[in-house]
Design a protein around this ligand. Structure first.
Ligand SMILES: [Zn+2]
Length: 428
């Protein structure tokens, strides 16, 4: 009897918290007020009758839901490893050679490497019990409430043979299209923009108020398993199929191949098309597909020996903004541009990048002398994304638009009211 009451109080408390979460955080009530009141009154009644079973975290102790992310620290059940990297095909060949020393034949699972934030989802009896950031690999920060606002992450697994305990590893990312929209709306509101989708994902996930996270269209892709009880896999690809069957967001962008040549083809194909993917990718991950071969190979102290990340050349690098200069165009338009310490990015050396106009410089918040993040995606012209504020030493100074033309000395002015550009009247 008493165990039953305890269980009933626990279930009711959880159910009420769920409804409150949907109502207060997701702004999406799942039951009527009357039905909610009924649950609530039932819980209050039981708690009054059996105060010894009242939960410390009972919803009746808090007013209005009270959902706030504490970022409290918890250990992962199984350590979250990182991946070793290779940066070209000959380094990759060395890795293949090391694996080739094992006698067993294996196949390769290739997948795109999502440039996001690593996350560990713990499911207990099919229910999302906790979501942790990677942290130092052993201990992460609790972001469960925030993860629960992400539509693609199931709160409850569905389907058959659900394990009693399952750690699922994945990546939180900000979809590219939504990232541009977010930045546009931030700029419109006069707020600083995020430098890249990865920063936007981190900034959106690391919110004390899960309502803010809920307002951002974050997404998740899962690509691995930590601790697992009540389930086993023979292949990495089988694991993905199972995860998918339970409702977890796996990627369709993976392929199992037999040869090194096919791996190379997968790498090249995604390098060429990396900007047509819905999220940022910074390379390809290659895994031994057979779990028994994975187990034979084992781990180093920080990474599995059976997986490797092939990293594409970075499209974002940092460099020093030495000066902001202006150039006068054919039409007399005066355009400020960044003059930077030469830096190699996406296959070419960059020293200059346009800053468009004085307002753009203010919007980006860059100062002369800043270390800045620059991006050059493929054939696209280089762009200054943002200053790296932590690198400032106080010697930086604001850019002032010149009042006279650097070519002819005439007084520069806007040609019409509200024009963000200033022009030299002697041109045209
Ligand atoms: Zn001039």
């Amino acid at each position: 009897m008493s165990a039953e009451i305890r269980h009933q109080i626990q279930e009711l408390s959880e159910e009420i918290r769920d409804h409150q979460f949907k109502y207060y955080v997701l702004d999406n009530a799942s039951i009527t007020d009357a039905a909610f009141d009924k649950l609530w009154n039932k819980l209050v009644e039981l708690e009054q009758k059996y105060p010894q079973y009242k939960l410390e975290s009972s919803p009746t102790l808090e007013v209005g839901g009270g959902f706030s992310t504490s970022f409290s620290q918890h250990d992962h059940i199984e350590k979250m490893m990182s991946l070793d990297n290779v940066f070209d095909k000959s380094e990759l060949d060395n890795w293949f050679d090391r694996i080739g020393k094992t006698e067993v034949k294996n196949t390769w699972l290739c997948e795109v490497k999502v440039d996001g934030l690593a996350i560990n989802l713990l499911y207990e009896n099919g229910r999302l019990a906790r979501a942790l950031t990677r942290g130092n690999g052993t201990t992460g920060e609790d972001v469960t409430l925030n993860i629960k606002t992400i539509k693609s992450v199931p709160i409850e697994l569905t389907g058959k043979n659900i394990p009693s305990q399952l750690e699922v590893r994945g990546e939180v990312f900000f979809p590219l299209k939504a990232f541009d929209e977010l930045n546009d709306s931030l700029a419109e509101a006069g707020k600083p923009r995020f430098a890249n989708p990865r920063n936007a994902a981190a900034g959106s996930l690391r919110q004390k108020d899960p309502k803010i996270t809920a307002s951002r269209p974050l997404d998740v892709v899962v690509h691995g398993i930590g601790a697992a009880n009540g389930v086993s896999f023979d292949k990495q690809s089988t694991a993905y199929e199972l995860l998918k069957s339970w409702g977890l967001p796996t990627s369709s962008r993976y392929q199992v191949v037999n040869t090194r040549e096919e791996v190379a083809k997968f790498i090249d194909q995604y390098e060429k098309n990396r900007h047509s993917v819905e999220h940022e990718i910074d390379g390809v991950v290659i895994k031994v597909n057979e779990i028994d071969v994975q187990n034979n190979l084992g781990f180093t102290s920080r990474a599995p020996k059976w997986a490797i990340a092939f990293k594409y050349p970075p499209e974002e690098v940092s460099t020093k903004l030495l000066d902001i200069r202006v150039s006068v165009g054919r039409t007399g338009r005066v355009t400020p541009f960044a003059f930077m310490e030469p830096v190699k990015v996406a296959g070419s050396t960059v020293t200059n990048a346009t800053l468009h106009n004085a307002q753009e410089i203010i919007r980006k918040g860059v100062l002369i002398g800043d270390t800045v993040l620059i991006r050059k995606a493929g054939d696209v012209i280089p762009e200054v994304l943002a200053p790296i504020i932590e690198k400032r030493d106080g010697s930086e100074r604001a850019f002032v638009m010149p009042s006279k033309c650097p070519d002819c000395g005439s007084k520069l002015r806007a040609m019409s009211e509200g024009d963000v550009d200033i022009r030299c009247p002697n041109s045209q």
